[in-house]
Write a protein that binds this ligand. Structure first.
Ligand SMILES: *Cc1c(COP(=O)(O)O)cnc(C)c1O
Length: 421
């Protein structure tokens, strides 16, 4: 069972000021979860979670995470700028990008961020761009083949565009060392949205063994290993949640097994989670505005795929609670649709829900990461507002809804649009 962190009466009150659709984030949930993450890795001296800004790029969210001890993981110019503006400085910022415009390395370096290079050719490019290497550098690894856990294939790194081969990585550390780099890190992201407590420990073991090999072959003792993102959330109500405590313990076990005996027990563990940090603590709230009965039963809402793209893009499941009907029997079946001229604009297909009425508010769960962030403007649809439910129950607007004026603002006006600006 999934329970919304807001009641129908509260949403009705909020909607008087901020019309639907809007995103609503739960500050209490975000903070409690972040504290659990830090507790789970408290055995590691220097552990740090670098929140993946791309998951939920909003300064109010970033500042909450900063208060909980997190840094940011950035992959673009604007994410770096947002981190800087929110008070993240120096090694509180990780720059893990790929296919990177050279200008962005300069910006990252000026902010003192840790630069994590995706490709072997980036090494020379970075040196040419900055004149010399920063003192601290990280390299991204891709082992190729299949990433397996207990005979289950989790993903195919060989088909992923990210990271360097083992040979490139080892050669890379040699070059960096000769180039005067003092502190080294390694990074890998091998599977996405994993709902098993074994992902991080299995990944960590592979990276720890490689760290031992790197030390033997190049003399480079890594300072940190970045397990990156990929820890998932149970989008479906019958899925079991990851247990971050067990995940932290699992990494601890392989750390003691592999790194400690090789004199590498000072390595700091970093993570770069986005989804696990935010997905369950953000919801898209939308209102039922239309019904259609043809070959199927459709319930139309005032949000659409531009507000939450995951169902349209990946066929992703997002659980829906009808506010005020939390305990009503789910004895009706609907396709819950938006208004785009695209047939994949459906938040749910053949979903069993309580009988819907016009004006019902739907709470679309687990939209706090890769939700708002993946928005777009197709069909001239506008970006929604984002609201924060504070710990005292009050609601704060943390991003206003886009207006037609915003949407038209980047056009070459040439008089014709003046009426709307
Ligand atoms: C997307 C991304 C993350 C976050 O991934 P989640 O699945 O949201 O945890 C972390 N690091 C990098 C480099 C990414 O691209």
């Amino acid at each position: 069972m999934k329970t919304p962190y807001i009641t129908l009466d509260q949403v009705k009150e909020i909607a008087k000021t901020y019309p639907t659709p809007f995103y609503l984030y739960d500050e209490k949930g975000i903070r409690e979860n972040a504290r659990k993450v830090y507790k789970a890795f408290s055995w590691n001296k220097g552990f740090k979670e670098y929140f993946a800004v791309k998951a939920t790029p909003n300064p109010s969210i970033l500042r909450i995470l900063k208060e909980e001890g997190c840094g940011t993981d950035c992959s673009s110019l604007t994410e770096l700028q947002m981190s800087d503006a929110c008070g993240f400085h120096g090694h509180d910022i990780m720059f893990s990008s790929n296919d990177t415009p050279l200008e962005e390395y300069k910006v990252a370096n000026e902010l003192g961020a840790i630069i994590n290079l995706d490709d072997f050719t980036n090494i020379q490019e970075l040196k040419d761009t900055l004149g010399s290497f920063p003192e601290t550098m990280s390299l991204r690894y891709n082992p190729g083949g299949y990433f397996r856990i207990a005979n289950t294939i989790m993903d195919n790194p060989q088909d992923a565009k990210y990271g360097m081969t083992t040979a490139q990585l080892i050669e890379g550390y040699r070059i960096l060392k000769e180039g005067g780099v003092k502190h080294f890190g390694m990074h890998a992201f091998l599977a996405s949205n994993t709902v098993t407590n074994d992902y991080y420990p299995t990944l960590a073991k592979e990276l720890f063994e490689l760290a031992v090999k790197i030390k033997a072959e190049t003399g480079v003792a890594l300072d940190f290993i970045n397990l990156s993102g990929g820890v998932g959330v149970p989008y479906k109500p019958d899925q079991k949640s990851n247990d971050i405590e067990a995940i932290g313990e699992g990494v601890h076990r392989v750390f003691d097994e592999v790194l400690v005996p090789h004199g590498l027990g000072d390595i700091r563990i970093f993570t770069e989670m986005g989804r696990f940090m935010l997905a369950p603590y953000g919801a898209l709230i939308t209102k039922v505005i239309h019904f259609k009965h043809t070959y199927k039963e459709y319930a139309g809402v005032d949000a659409c795929a531009v507000n939450l793209m995951r169902p349209a893009m990946y066929g992703a499941y997002h659980h829906i609670t009808v506010l005020g009907k939390e305990n009503a029997p789910c004895d009706h079946t609907y396709d819950v649709t938006g208004s785009l001229c695209e047939n994949n604009d459906k938040f749910a297909i053949d979903r069993a829900l309580p009988e819907l009425e016009k004006g019902d508010y739907l709470f679309i769960h687990d939209a706090g990461a890769h939700g708002f962030a993946m928005g777009y403007n197709y069909n001239g649809k506008l970006w929604s507002a984002e609201l924060l439910l504070r710990e005292d129950g009050s609601v704060k607007l943390i991003r206003r809804a886009e207006t037609p004026k915003d949407y038209f603002a980047t056009l070459d006006i040439d008089d014709c649009m003046k009426k709307y600006l």
